[in-house]
Design a protein around this ligand. Sequence first.
Ligand SMILES: [Fe+2]
Length: 471
Amino acid sequence: MFHYACCWAQKTQSCWAQKTKVAGLKRLKLQGSRSTSGKMLIKQRPLWVTLQQVRYNSSKQLSLVKFNNKEISLRINGKPLIFNNVFLRDSCTSPESVDSATSQKLFTTAECSKNLTIEGEPIVSSFEKEPALQVQWSNNNGKTTIRSTYSWSFLNKNATQQARRSGKFFDKDRKLWDKTELTNNLSKLHHNYKDLMNDERTFFNVLHNLNRYGLCFIDDIPRPEMTEMNEANVSAWPVSKIANKFGYIKKTFYGSLFNVRNLKSEAKNIAYTNTFLPLHMDLLYYESPPGLQMLHAIDNSTLGGENLFCDSFLAAEYVRNKDPIAYKALTQIPITYHYDNNNEYYYYKRPLIVEDPEIDGSCFPKIHAINYSPPFQGPFEVGVTKDEKLYELFDDFVRGFQLFENFINDSKNHYEVKLKEGSCVIFENRRTLHSRNGFSDSNGGDRWLMGTYVDGDSFRSKLRVAYRRFA
Ligand SMILES: [Fe+2]
């Protein structure tokens, strides 16, 4: 964050005027009057003042065009921009506004916006070697005065919606993939366990590529010496150590970690059988499904049992291009997901495609998440009887769902891999569909995968911090 704001509340008006003079700006006559205390009172009606443009250097230019008690008009590198005064006041990080120790805001938007006025004219001066806008705010009928400084970098970062997303979301770095695309980039997806654990640059590369493709692999994991996993020894398992690099483990009713072994009739989940597992996502019946899933192959010597992965965002984009009306319906009709088994009853409903309107769409589709998990799908609850508003839309939804499913079931859109023993696959649960071929131990082989989930927020926090450091 390159937002510098300082408070000069104790300083005098003459000091403010002096700063204006130092900045080389012409003090302009305001449409207002002075109170008995000598303070300038700004009228509530729009009051426009034009100041001369000041250039600081060729790369960072800032000038004040005009202002009133609703907005401030600027030119940033020649481009006109009008900022809402409440946004600017609300963004102030002066010591009176944000606690420097905790970074927590000390006022509410409602409080600061009440009778908000500008005292005197804002000035453009130099701060931390770049142009900065200085504004003296007054509200609560003049009882509260805050002086704020907004650096060129802060103003520029907030100039557009896309710029505001920068450093928080990395959709521009994402890439849609099919089998060919992924196979051609496999070397970027594989990383060494020791390097991951010991080298922060490697960790950033893993995060970067995981964000890019929604899939990566950690190889050469030493075989664990223990054989029995329980809640008391969770932290000792490699998959737990990997998970803790990426965030915090999201414990579910399967535990902090889970073993994937062939349990046949005892299985709580089809994943614990040897039958084919269709493409799906996990735990969509949770309000907040996990962001990442990890599967560490400890033993994988049975026949079959290959893992399949598919980019659901590419599938959604395919539907959008093929049938925009059906695509729209996929964003509107909610699908119910439930888990009602073993004295547990989870339930949630969400549409197949969740869009993110803030993504500009030029580099990557406007998609936030996909929700596809047929094994845990419950009966539809919307658009099912003719008297309902969404009844007609349901036909479009079904058509779109078929297109989506045909696409993801096409093998040219799959990446299929038999996980090597000592490798761990990590994938984004809200993007990358996963499935597994059936397997057989008739060859005397064994299959033991250990898995876990990582909370998506903590993963994105790691991603943002790593980007700040290395990108
Ligand atoms: Fe799964």
